[in-house]
Ligand binder design. Structure first.
Ligand code: PHE
Length: 340
């Protein structure tokens, strides 16, 4: 071969190598390319022989080109072989035996859990669930509950006013009136929901919290019925060893009125920090529906009697799960919420 054609010949072999390599799709075809080009009697070896006969003027440059081609061809064949074997062994496919990713799962808020339990306890006792608005008129929140304007009992609850005669309900008791206006006795309802008070947040106060109101009106309903229902609830919620007690109190909408306590849920009555060593924890207020309230609601207080009670859902939840600070319910800290 004429030496002036040597570099052209190297280029042709290079191009042939590239196109053969591009078509190689398995190990045997790669092996054929390797022998054809890089083998002892391959194209590149043949060109090296030609190099010895070449004109010294071109030998230097052609030698450099040829060495470069040889090295490049060797690593290209190796690289392609690795790719082909990975493909054949399936290494480039997803590994279906790997464990999957667990998507984060949401949970019920502790207040939702307890609210649902409270509802189901009372539903078993024959109570229906009623609702009323959170933005409430002064009439339902106060007046019809026998709390007239200027009455000192309004100071018991620090009210958030929307306007002169409209408030954010300070308790769920207005639902009592709304239900009695629309339903003749017998009435047996609970009214769960949010209530609002102008309180500065601390470990035991929140400007928004939840209550469940209870109301039962029928002929011959007595305080004994109230006690029986509260006791049944306490035992269903916290265990059959629960006892309850009533202490005289005052609410304008009940007469007589009481505050009721449960056996301390934490120490079961022995005395601890939570119950301040009394063995009792205060739950909420209750009493017999004041005849004045029946008058506002249009119910004959000569014929019917009734009892009403409230309960604080945060308080029940804090006792049940031993939560120390009411603010934990509203901070949406997933480390807290993930525990229920
Ligand atoms: N509404 C009262 C309160 O929020 C609780 C209560 C309800 C008392 C029903 C008596 C009867 O404190």
């Amino acid at each position: 071969m004429a030496s002036e054609n040597l570099t052209g010949e190297i280029r042709k072999i290079d191009e042939a190598f590239q196109s053969r390599l591009a078509e190689a799709k398995d190990a045997p075809s790669l092996e054929r390319i390797r022998t054809d080009f890089l083998g002892r009697k391959g194209h590149i070896a043949r060109l090296f022989e030609t190099l010895g006969e070449a004109d010294p003027a071109v030998r230097r440059e052609a030698g450099r080109l040829l060495n470069e081609l040889k090295n490049r061809a060797q690593s290209a064949v190796l690289g392609e072989a690795a790719r082909v074997s990975a493909k054949e062994s399936g290494e480039d496919r997803p590994d279906l035996t790997l464990p999957g990713y667990a998507p984060p799962v949401g949970r019920l808020h502790p207040l939702t859990i307890v609210m649902r339990r409270v509802k189901s306890c009372f539903q078993k006792l024959g109570f229906a669930v009623a609702q009323g608005p959170e933005v409430e008129s002064d009439y339902y929140n106060f007046e019809a509950l026998n709390i007239p304007p200027g009455h000192p009992a309004r100071d018991m609850q620090d009210t958030l006013y929307v306007s002169d005669r409209v408030v954010l309900r300070t308790h769920t008791s207005p639902v009592q009136i709304r239900v009695m206006e629309n339903q003749k006795p017998p009435v047996r309802i609970i009214a769960p929901g949010r209530v609002y008070r102008r309180d500065t947040p601390d470990a035991s106060h929140s400007p928004v919290f939840h209550q469940v109101e209870g109301l039962c009106v029928d002929e011959g309903v007595s305080f004994a019925d109230l006690k029986a229902v509260i006791l049944a609830f306490a035992r269903e919620m916290f265990g059959s060893d629960m006892t309850i007690r009533f202490r005289p109190s005052f609410f304008p909408f009940t007469e007589p009125s009481a505050e009721y306590d449960f056996t301390c849920v934490i120490c079961r009555g022995k005395g601890c920090r939570v119950c301040k060593n009394t063995g009792w924890v205060e739950i909420s207020g209750a009493g017999m529906v004041n005849p004045e309230v029946f008058r506002f609601a249009g119910i004959d207080s000569e014929r019917y009697t009734g009892y009403a009670f409230g309960m604080g859902v945060e308080r029940l939840t804090m006792l049940l799960y031993e939560v120390q600070d009411i603010r934990a319910f509203y901070e949406n800290d997933l480390r807290f919420l993930g525990q229920f």
